[in-house]
Design a protein around this ligand. Structure first.
Ligand code: GUN
Length: 286
């Protein structure tokens, strides 16, 4: 089975559209998301354009702040201070990566935690770690869980989940969400010994390593649910640009029970979950 992330994202946006309208009716609040983009990275510009369009499509207010590449850290901090104190702005997203002269951790720490719709601030990651309510949870990990449940149903308890990758954006938070779902969780990474053997034990295999076609069919337990977070740009045999995941899809698909494709799997869910977080932020602090 191929898990259709495009459809799941469209379904979630439909629900959010209704909830946004209801919030406006009940409280007069229209959720507002501001995206801050520093520099001219072409991939970031595409992501930001998609975010803005989808934010407006569900009835929210979307603003973009575009700053030149040579913006100083102090200037960016001043922008954030203004957004933090603007009551019409419920969610703030600073598009990553930032230029090298800006320290990402300083910027993330400067976003008001209740507006941190990426869920990257230590207050939110700490709440997630402690299982405390009120955390804004990172978007891609949320998308992974929703897609795994599409195939496995709501109850994931007792399943062995193997996460390949330990980033703050995906690997660590998705492992915590799986633990919350009562999975047995293994986090594997570039230094893991016998990676193939560990992956073979996985009922749920989440690949977030950033290496094209890395996960092989022989690593996958028959019937496993495979969630591919990778977005890798490669050239195909004829030299044309192609987008592939971290999983060798053609060979893994016949072995596993379900798999998310790239594109059209986890990717669309990330933005849908960003909108969900913006709605949560607006409902809590509108
Ligand atoms: N760049 C690529 N993905 C993301 C994301 O989820 N959030 C932010 N802020 N930047 C990104």
């Amino acid at each position: 089975m191929i898990i259709d992330g495009k459809q799941a994202a469209a379904d979630l946006r439909k629900t959010l559209t209704l909830q946004v309208a209801q919030l406006k009716k009940d409280k007069g609040t229209v959720p507002g998301l501001t995206v801050v983009l520093v520099g001219e990275d072409p991939a970031s510009e595409v992501y930001v354009r998609n975010k803005i369009k989808q934010t407006r499509d569900v009835g929210m207010i979307s603003n973009e702040i575009k700053l030149p590449h040579d913006t100083s850290q102090i200037q960016l901090l001043a922008e954030l201070q203004q957004l933090n104190s603007d009551d019409a702005v419920h969610g703030i997203l600073v598009q990553l990566p930032l230029p090298n002269h800006i320290d990402e951790s300083v910027i993330i720490a400067a976003i008001a935690p209740h507006k941190d719709v990426d869920g990257f601030h230590a207050m939110n990651s700490g709440r997630l770690l402690n299982g405390e309510p009120g955390a804004l949870v990172p978007c891609t990990p949320q998308g992974c869980i929703i897609l795994a449940k599409q195939h496995l149903g709501e109850d994931l308890s007792g399943l062995h989940a193997v996460v390949i990758g330990r980033s703050n954006i995906v690997g660590k938070p998705v492992a915590l969400l799986l633990l919350q779902e009562n999975c047995t969780v293994t986090i594997a990474h570039s230094r893991t010994k016998n990676l193939a053997g560990i992956c073979q034990q996985a009922d749920i295999l989440i690949a977030a390593v950033g290496r094209a076609n890395f996960v092989q069919a022989s690593w996958v337990k028959p019937g496993a649910t495979v969630i591919d977070v990778g977005i890798n740009h490669i050239e195909n045999e004829s030299g044309k640009a192609k987008l592939v995941g971290d999983v060798d899809f053609a060979n893994v698909a016949p072995v596993c029970g379900a798999i998310t494709p790239v594109p059209g799997g986890v990717g669309p869910m990330t933005i849908a979950c960003l909108l969900k977080n913006t709605l949560i932020a607006a409902s809590t602090n509108g």
